[in-house]
Design a binder for this molecule. Sequence first.
Ligand SMILES: [Zn+2]
Length: 382
Amino acid sequence: MDQPESSLPHAAVQKGQTPRHEELVRLIAQSLYSLGYRKAAATLEAESGVPLYPPEHDRLLLDVMSGRWDACAATIDSLTGITERNRAVAEFLVWRGHFLELLGTGDAGLRLATEVLSRRIAPLAIDRRCVHWLARAVVTSEGAVAPEAVAECRIGLFLDLVEALPPWFRVPSGRLEHLVETAVIQQVASCIYHNLPDEVTLFEDHKCHEEQIPSDCRQILCAHKNEVWFVRFSNDGNYLASSSSDCTAIIWKVEEDDTLTKKYCLEGHKSPISFVAWSPNDRMLLTCGNGESLKLWNVDTGECNLKFGAAVKHIIASCAWFPNSEKIVCASSEPESSPNMIFTCDLEGQELEMWAGERIPKVSDLAVTPDGKHLICVMDSQ
Ligand SMILES: [Zn+2]
């Protein structure tokens, strides 16, 4: 891919460079290389006068591949912005590489290998266990690098080395993309009206506007005779269920014009209803409340299909459906003296599984994961 000539004079670009400018150019070049735009990246390096890697990088690579170990150590010693610990680790890697190559040359290299171990590796005081292992290797030859494997080992050594060296020495892969993603995530996280599942564009700062959060009152529903404690839309969005301290729940239909009309008033509870749960297929609705039994309602007819109190002798505080709409899980809300319980039921009201005892804390809410394999409980304690 041929790049057009920049309109900026080469000298002017270099003159205006700052450390941040240099870093940015290097990140862009690396990103271009990783995207496969090698010519564009090389052009950028040439035009900006900022190489992707500093001269020390290329020098070290050459010295490692040529086995010039003293030169490697000298380059590492000359680096700035590196902790003494990391400098020692890098030197340790170099001398260990040299040591293992010497072992691979057989008896001829043993004396020299022992010398490298005692004069170069041991004084660095890095990884005492590894030093002991290297000392044993003098006898066992374990880890020795065979002559035919030298080139591959040196590549591995260089890759290990750059990991130990400061970020300016190598450009961590995908760094520019990481910075962009971090900026997007932070903008979304700080967007107080965020209400958009859409992709966020990079071409402008992300900001949701107030209008994207519903804020106009479209309708007031007055059918309940007392406080409304809980509302929830059906999964398909065609209905809304509301529960109230007037001991009823109401199923509302969402009309074409998005207004709500009362479909059924569910009567039969003797205490306030604090919770409703739509079956995943939206054909049934569960209602329960403090000091109340659990009831199952048919959404099509508005009739109570089952009062769970007959078979389940517990007061249900919270309930949730399994994904197949054929099983539910409940958490009991018993008086202080009774143990707490979590149990599953079929739609005939028969208990299937139960967890009870002192170790079960009081559950205030629960949910089943979409795959039906896990249960999530909100406990009052623990
Ligand atoms: Zn937003």
